[in-house]
Design a protein around this ligand. Structure first.
Ligand code: HEC
Ligand code: HEC
Ligand code: HEC
Ligand code: HEC
Length: 183
C-alpha cells in the first residue's frame, strides 16, 4: 500500500514537472534580420521595413539621448544603455541566457520582432511558418506568440518613466504591418 502511494506521488510529480518544463521551453532568438529575408517583400507586407521605421527600432539608441541621461541621473543610474532598469523595456530578450542569443541577434535592434512575436529560432523555418498560417500546428508549441494588448502592456505601463496613456487601437495603428489582402 505504501509503495503504491509512493509510485503515485512520484508519477504525479513527474507529470507536473514535465508540464512545467513544456511551458518554460526555451527557444533561441535570431534577431530581426532572421525574419527580414521573408518578411520584407511587397507580397508579404514589408514587415521589416515598417518596423525599421518605427520608434521600436530606435528604442536602444533612445537610451543614449540627453533626455534618457537626465532621467537616469535622477535615479542614480550612470549609463541607461547598460542598466537593467532601462534595458528591460528598451531591447529584445533582455535578461535571457546568452546561450539563447543567435549570431545575428543585436541589442542595437531595440524592440524588435521577437519582443512581440516570441523567440523565432524554431518557428522561422518556412515549412513551420506555412503550417502555422494554415492552422496545422499550435503556434505556441514552436514559440510563436500572437501579440495583443497585454503583450504591449508588458512595457507600456506606469513603470515607464515617460509613460503616456496607452490606447491600444491608436498605438496599434502606428505600428501595424499586416499582410496585404489578395484582391
Ligand atoms: C523562410 C521564410 C520565413 C522566415 C525566415 C520567417 N517567416 Fe514568418 N512567415 C513566413 C510565411 C511563408 C508565412 C505565411 C504567410 C502567409 O500567410 O502567406 C509566415 C507567417 C508569419 C506570421 C503569421 C502567422 C499566422 O498566425 O498566420 C507571423 C506572425 C510571422 N510569420 C512572424 C515571423 C517572425 C517574427 C520571424 C522572425 C523571427 C519570421 N516570421 C521569419 C515565412 C517566414
Ligand atoms: C519590449 C517592450 C515593448 C513592447 C512589448 C511594446 N512596446 Fe511599444 N515601445 C516601447 C519603447 C521602449 C518605446 C519607445 C521607443 C523610443 O521612443 O525610442 C515604444 C514606443 C511605441 C510607440 C511610439 C509612441 C510614440 O510616442 O510615438 C508606439 C505607437 C508603440 N510603442 C506601440 C506598441 C504596441 C501597439 C505594442 C503591442 C502590440 C507595443 N508597442 C509593444 C517598448 C515596447
Ligand atoms: C516598463 C517599461 C520601461 C522601462 C522600465 C523604461 N522605459 Fe523608457 N519607454 C518605455 C515606453 C513604453 C516608451 C514609449 C513612451 C511611453 O509610453 O513612455 C519609452 C520611452 C522612453 C524615452 C523617449 C520618451 C520621449 O518622449 O521621447 C526615453 C528617453 C526613455 N524611455 C528612457 C528610459 C530610461 C532612461 C529608462 C531607465 C531609467 C527607461 N526609459 C525605462 C518603456 C520603459
Ligand atoms: C511591438 C510589437 C510588434 C513588433 C515589434 C513586431 N510585430 Fe508583427 N505583429 C504585431 C501585432 C500586434 C500583430 C497583429 C496580430 C494579430 O492581429 O493577430 C502583428 C502581425 C504580424 C504578422 C501577421 C500579418 C498578417 O496580416 O497576417 C507578421 C507576418 C508579423 N507581424 C511579422 C513581424 C516581423 C517580421 C517583425 C519584425 C521585423 C514584427 N512583426 C514586429 C506586433 C509586433
Amino acid at each position: 500500500m505504501k509503495l503504491l502511494k509512493l509510485i503515485l506521488v512520484l508519477s504525479l510529480s513527474l507529470a507536473f514537472s514535465s508540464q512545467v518544463l513544456a511551458q518554460n521551453k526555451q527557444f533561441g532568438y535570431v534577431g530581426a534580420k532572421g525574419c527580414k529575408m521573408c518578411h520584407n517583400t511587397k507580397k508579404q507586407g514589408q514587415q521589416y521595413k515598417i518596423w525599421l521605421k518605427s520608434k521600436h527600432a530606435q528604442a536602444y539608441k533612445t537610451l543614449a539621448s540627453e533626455k534618457a541621461k537626465a532621467i537616469a541621473k535622477e535615479k542614480g543610474i550612470a549609463d541607461p544603455q547598460k542598466a537593467d532598469e532601462c534595458l528591460q523595456c528598451h531591447v529584445t530578450a533582455h535578461g535571457v541566457d546568452a546561450k539563447l542569443l543567435g549570431k545575428k541577434y543585436s541589442i542595437e535592434e531595440g524592440v524588435s520582432c521577437e519582443s512581440c512575436h516570441g523567440p523565432g529560432k524554431v518557428y522561422k523555418k518556412k515549412k513551420t511558418m506555412i503550417a502555422i498560417s494554415k492552422g496545422e500546428i499550435d503556434p505556441a508549441s514552436v514559440g510563436l506568440i500572437k501579440p495583443d494588448e497585454k503583450t504591449c502592456k508588458n512595457c507600456h505601463n506606469e513603470k515607464s518613466p515617460t509613460f503616456k496613456e496607452f490606447d491600444y487601437e491608436k498605438f496599434y495603428e502606428k505600428i501595424k504591418h499586416e499582410k496585404p489582402k489578395k484582391s
